[in-house]
Write a protein of this length. Structure first.
Length: 114
């Protein structure tokens, strides 16, 4: 079992910034990927393996940056130059690359006013 606790959502004006955090706890082993999704978990935003490989949606490249602190089992999403279309509930995801583990956080709301 893996538990994910997200924080950092909120209301921001277009052009502003927010930083999301997601702390994982429980049965965490090497060989995993953590990241962020939105739109009812259907749209990948950014992911990062514990080895440092990253993947971004084209719509956020150059504006969002994903990072990880493996010692703290925490993933971050720095969101800059936010647009109204970025508004969504953002979900943290933890997925093992070695077994069937696939867990979701409860979601954190990001609202961008124009």
């Amino acid at each position: 079992q893996v538990q994910l606790v997200e924080s950092g959502g909120g209301l921001v004006q277009a052009g502003g910034s927010l930083r999301l955090s997601c702390a994982a706890s429980g049965s965490i082993f090497s060989g995993n990927i953590m990241g962020w999704y939105r739109r009812d978990q259907r749209e990948l935003v950014a992911t990062m393996t514990d080895g440092g490989n990253v993947n971004y949606a084209n719509s956020v490249k150059g504006r969002f940056t994903i990072s990880r602190d493996n010692a703290k089992n925490t993933v971050y999403l720095q969101m800059n130059s936010l647009k109204p279309e970025d508004a969504a509930v953002y979900y943290c995801n933890f997925k093992s690359l070695l077994n069937s583990y696939n867990y979701w956080g409860q979601g954190t709301q990001v609202t961008v006013s124009s």
